[in-house]
Design a protein around this ligand. Structure first.
Ligand SMILES: NC(=O)c1ccc[n+]([C@@H]2O[C@H](COP(=O)([O-])OP(=O)(O)OC[C@H]3O[C@@H](n4cnc5c(N)ncnc54)[C@H](OP(=O)(O)O)[C@@H]3O)[C@@H](O)[C@H]2O)c1
Length: 404
């Protein structure tokens, strides 16, 4: 049965959507063959804004077809029918999607070792609701702006369970930076950091997606903040968001600087790099220091995904300092998620939070526009080029904000 004839309770309704009108729109010159128009919503099981958002009949999405940490090898672009949302779902037209270091862990099948390709890629998106199921319509309507943290975001349209959508005031890329990167920093520091005023906090990969937020939240807690990065431009950015001591590790030796300037050690480390940086961070902990393992990006491109770590004497080192190492994985803290999002959205609205976005304006082939730019954006992050959160603009702004 065509979507035009979908009806509630299995009843066959009057055609709700006129389909297949051919010809050319005299105003826009656009060929209309692929568009459909709603004339009556009253019996529809799935409210689809075909007219207002010009939903095409097909879309592009990125699919993991082979398990590999090499994103280009693992992922291919497919053209498929635009999905229909289920009863409790929203169909979101993605305007922006976020790149995460773990996109390559996901494409390597490391999140769920039992997973078999093909499966959809991408963790987060923001856009407009263009269709929704009947139950979902109790809280949402076509034209609403939402963000989400869930799988299958690298697509022109994504079906999102309504209960997982985050209503946002506008489709701004800044809100996208909060979904994974901001939420990770907010919840990890709140739950595991035990930050106290005057403590010293070290953030590694500080100028990146999640690092920028860890710097700001540690500063807001009254801490002295040190941030590592690889360029002077990033160091300048870190200063601008309140980092007391940016360290460009390509220009100065990180170990020597920490030893010389922080002889008492570091109270809290927000650690994302792993390997030798993690070892150094452990050795630099102060008495009662807390090291939060956020990630280990230096190993993600390897076959195992884990960078080498010499941890033989680790228990002794921790005991001698009454220090601790704590792991953090965002999906384990979803109970904190709504509060974190609402608090960060408020901070952003009040001008208390910088959400730096990197669209790749300075990338060789230019800004990340269109779904296929996701491949370049992943390479760009892994070359350490990004300043702030890497974001791809999947689609231009919607021509109409039609509310049905
Ligand atoms: N645990 C969780 O739930 C969770 C959630 C989100 C993110 N994370 C973790 O947070 C870390 C940052 O992720 P993100 O998505 O926000 O990325 P990102 O920080 O925006 O980008 C990665 C940055 O890491 C730095 N880096 C250091 N060593 C690197 C290496 N060997 N290869 C590539 N980059 C290196 C680079 O900055 P410099 O060149 O300036 O050093 C690069 O810009 C990752 O470890 C990720 O897994 C964890």
């Amino acid at each position: 049965m065509s979507r035009a004839l979908l009806a509630r309770n299995g009843r066959r309704a009057l055609p709700l959507i006129y389909g297949g009108r051919r010809g050319t729109d005299t105003l826009s010159g656009v060929h209309l063959a692929a568009r459909r128009f709603i004339v009556d919503m009253s019996y529809s099981a799935h409210f689809m804004d075909f007219k207002g958002s010009s939903i095409a009949s097909s879309m592009k999405k990125l699919v993991v077809t082979k398990l590999s940490p090499n994103f280009r090898e693992a992922v291919s672009t497919q053209t498929v029918a635009v999905p229909t949302p289920g009863d409790a779902d929203l169909l979101v037209r993605n305007r922006f999607v976020g790149i995460n270091a773990s996109d390559i862990n996901y494409s390597a099948g490391r999140y769920d070792p039992s997973v078999k390709p093909p499966f959809d890629a991408g963790f987060e998106g923001i856009g407009e609701v263009v269709g929704l199921g009947l139950s979902a319509s109790s809280r949402y309507t076509v034209g609403d702006t939402v963000a989400y943290f869930g799988s299958g975001a690298f697509a022109e349209y994504t079906v999102v369970p309504a209960k997982e959508a985050v209503p946002v005031p506008a489709v701004k890329p800044e809100f996208l930076t909060l979904l994974v990167s901001g939420a990770t920093a907010y919840i990890a520091l709140k739950r595991l950091g035990d930050l106290a005023k005057g403590e010293t906090v070290l953030v590694t990969a500080a100028a990146g997606g999640t690092g920028q937020f860890a710097v700001q939240f540690a500063k807001q807690a009254g801490c002295h903040v040190i941030g590592t990065c690889s360029t002077n431009e990033k160091a300048g950015f870190l200063k601008s968001i309140g980092c007391d001591r940016p360290i460009n590790y390509t220009a100065e030796d990180l170990a020597k600087t920490l030893k010389k300037e922080y002889p008492q050690g570091i109270d809290v480390v927000y650690e994302s790099v792993g390997g030798s940086v993690l070892e150094l961070a452990v050795n630099s902990l102060a008495n009662k220091g807390r090291l939060i393992v956020i990630g280990f990006i230096s190993g993600y491109q390897s076959a195992s995904g884990i960078p080498p770590f010499k941890g033989g004497t680790l228990p002794v080192k921790l005991l001698q300092k009454s220090a601790s190492i704590r792991g953090f994985f965002l999906p384990h803290f979803l109970g904190d998620y709504r509060e974190a999002m609402s608090s960060m959205i408020q901070m952003f609205a009040k001008g208390q939070l910088v959400c730096e976005v990197d669209f790749g304006d300075l990338a060789e082939e230019g800004k990340f526009v269109g779904l296929d730019a996701v491949f370049r954006a992943v390479d760009y992050m892994y070359a350490g080029r990004n300043l702030g959160k890497v974001v791809v603009e999947v689609a231009p702004p919607s021509v109409s904000n039609s509310k049905l």
